[in-house]
Write a protein that binds this ligand. Sequence first.
Ligand SMILES: CC(C)(COP(=O)(O)OP(=O)(O)OC[C@H]1O[C@@H](n2cnc3c(N)ncnc32)[C@H](O)[C@@H]1OP(=O)(O)O)[C@@H](O)C(=O)NCCC(=O)NCCS
Length: 225
Amino acid sequence: MATVLLVDITRLTAADVDQLARQASPERRERAARFRFEADRLRCLVAGALLAHALVRTHRLRPDDYTITRNRYGKPLLQDRPGVEFNLSHAGSWVVCATGTDPVGVDVEALANARPHLADGMFAPDERDYVLGGPAAEASLRFTRVWTLKEAYTKYLGRGLSEPLDRFSVLTGDGLVPAGEGVPAPSLHWRTVDDAAGIVAWCGTAAAGWELLSVESAELVAGLG
Ligand SMILES: CC(C)(COP(=O)(O)OP(=O)(O)OC[C@H]1O[C@@H](n2cnc3c(N)ncnc32)[C@H](O)[C@@H]1OP(=O)(O)O)[C@@H](O)C(=O)NCCC(=O)NCCS
């Protein structure tokens, strides 16, 4: 079973944020400092803390036990730790971290940021029809559902947005990588968060699927124990 942990950053106090900044690795602090807006800096800091929390919680690994590297497309990975996989996403009020024993991709987006018209030209034809051909009131939900699934898939592959988004369909599975020798084809799932204010999508091969769990600020700040 893969795990996706979610933090609602609006529940963090100023004291929590100070504490997280103090606990952050130099690499995370430096990444966060590159952002112009406070909200981006905060999400970036929380992502680092949530990853550390998730690796202790799901794999009993403490920060001194691993080194984080990135592949050529920017996907962070643990060096020399086969069987320990993770992926991060942050948007709106949320930061999510997926962990597991097999490669994984995760994405979170707020429905408020949906741009359904972008489905025309950016998505596969069946995805565009699903978004733009349904009830107008559902367009944001449908767009965000497809968008997050597509991002989760490209992040599972580790290629980010270098993967052309119109060449595969998350609705039919057309164009997705087939099962390999001893490796099942990836499956894609989504769930709403905060009464459908946002969507979290997960892509992976874990046979038992995934669970989505909230992490309270106290657990995050309590650190790495
Ligand atoms: C992955 C990608 C699609 C970004 O998507 P996004 O919607 O902007 O960002 P998300 O919040 O969903 O994901 C960002 C996280 O994905 C992970 N990521 C980055 N590149 C990735 C890749 N090629 N494959 C899988 N995961 C990737 C990182 O952990 C990143 O967070 P981090 O930089 O805080 O460690 C990628 O193409 C991209 O644009 N990378 C730049 C991401 C970046 O620099 N973010 C800075 C946040 S501090």
